[in-house]
Structure formats: structure tokens, C-alpha cells
Design a protein around this ligand. Sequence first.
Ligand code: SF4
Length: 319
Amino acid sequence: MSENKNDLLVVKNLKKYFKTKSGLLHAVDDVSFTIGRGRTLGVVGESGCGKSTLGRTMMGIYKPTKGKLIYGGKEVDLTDKKERFAFAKKAQIIFQDPYASLDPRMTVGSIIAEGMEIHGMYDEKKRQERVAELLDIVGLNREHANRFPHEFSGGQRQRIGIARALAIEPEFIVCDEPISALDVSIQAQVINLLHELQEKMGLTYLFIAHDLNIVKYISDRIAVMYLGSVVELASSDELYANTLHPYSKALLSAVPIPDPEKEAQKHRQIIDGDVPSPINKPKGCAFSSRCPLACDKCRESAPQLKEAAPGHYVACHLV
Ligand code: SF4
């Protein structure tokens, strides 16, 4: 995969395996990509495809089994505590569940200020000023600093999560399904907020989601994951206009079209069967047990991710 000088982040051959009683679970299996400074890479796939594990491994929450993360031109050793701490000053994560990710015993002000304290940023007075500023930025009231998380709605709690992530002035944020737990009516507000913050602050995002509509709106490029691996990677426009991988085609066919007439005419491709276990991955192409086009070659050898068109990468023997 080609790299260029505007890349803020380069992930190379990242693997995260978990030891289980039944064998080795290949949650993230040899994933490589780049993200340009100020850009968004969307990551999509069914639940259990490894997208959240990918984000958490990149943040050092899980220790990587193998692979490299290069940030701003320098390799970050995520197994080293000191390097992980220094990296956490530049990179933050917004979690899916705003209910579970905020400590119910802490006030909103303390939750937002915690990262600044840990990183020794500012004195107490300045931290309180920053908390007030951050509450303004995410569309909450300054008085909310003295309240507790249970006093807020889901959308407001996600705004608190965003303010907490922004507090230490990161450059890069992993947005791990940040809207999946929210009502549809609130989802667009949170997405718009993330988009505005990116424009204002030049933030770089890895945006994890299973909703392809949302991913298209916010992402410059999209990686489609299946069973721990990236099977297709392209710019958002290219991926939607020229979908090449059979799995991506099936995912896209499930996205509703706003025009009822077109929606009624659309051929919806159902993927048969369940996602195989990441402990016993099929031999050959991981998608072969569900792919309508699978042939003998697919069941024998695993296709590599290769450039099928400029900047458009696909892992399929038939492309
Ligand atoms: Fe389907 Fe074969 Fe392509 Fe895998 S390699 S996606 S099984 S056609």
C-alpha cells in the first residue's frame, strides 16, 4: 500500500490474536492502511469482524501480536508503557456506549479534566476554564460540569465523551461506533458535531461503524473488514460507484435507498450463513463459505489485497 508524506498514521501488517480454550482467535489478521492528516478512514463490517479490536489495538488498549504503527513518521512501540503514554497524548478514543464509558461517580467536569490531570496539563484554574470551553464546543452548558452522567440523555453523554477526548488536544481520534447506541434522531447531530470539529481542529479520524450510510458521509476512504482482514479499501466515492468485492456488494445492497421506487426495484443480495469462527478460519478465502461466486481456487488459497484500480485495493481472486 503506497504511503505519502501527508500520512499521519501508517498501520503495517497489524495482528491481534487472543488465546482461547478452543484455540487462537484471529481478531485482527494482517491489516495494513494509511490515514492522511486531517482525513477520515471509515472501517465497516458485520459485528465480530474485528473492527473494534483493530481500533483498540491501535490505541494500545490491546497489546498487538505483530505489526507496526507509524505515527507522524515515527514508529510507536505499543508494547512499551512509556511510548503508549506519550502516544495517548496525541491519540484518543470515543467509545460506542456513552452509558458504560463514563464513570457514574464522577462529575462531568472531573471526567473531562481527568486526561489533562494525568498528562500534567495546566493548573487547576486553567483546567476548569478548559472544561467550560470544551462544554461550549460540544454544545453543552458550562453548568453541566457539576452534574453526574446519569442526569444526561444518550446524545448528551456522547457529547461528554467527545469533550473528554478533545481535552488533551489530540490530533487523532478513534471513533468506535460512536453513534450505534443513540436514537436515530440524535445520530446525525453527533456526526455533524464530529465533522465540524474535524474541520475546525484539523483532526484525523478512524471511524468504525456498521452503518454504511453514515460511514460514507463522514469518510474520505473506507476499509471493509471481514473476519479480521481488510477485503476492500478505496475512496468513499469509488467504493460506492465501483464496488468490487462480493462481500462489500452484499453489504451495500443492504443499505436502503431514500427513493422508494428505486428501493423497491433494488436487488438485495442476502449473504447466506453465519460469519465463520475467527478461531477456525476457512482455508483459502475467508469469505468462501458464504460467497456466491466461490470456486475451487477460493477454497484452496487466500487472495491477497491488491490494487485493482488506482487507490482501490481488493482481496478477491476474481478481480
Ligand atoms: Fe468470493 Fe472467491 Fe473472491 Fe473470496 S476470492 S470473495 S470466495 S470470489
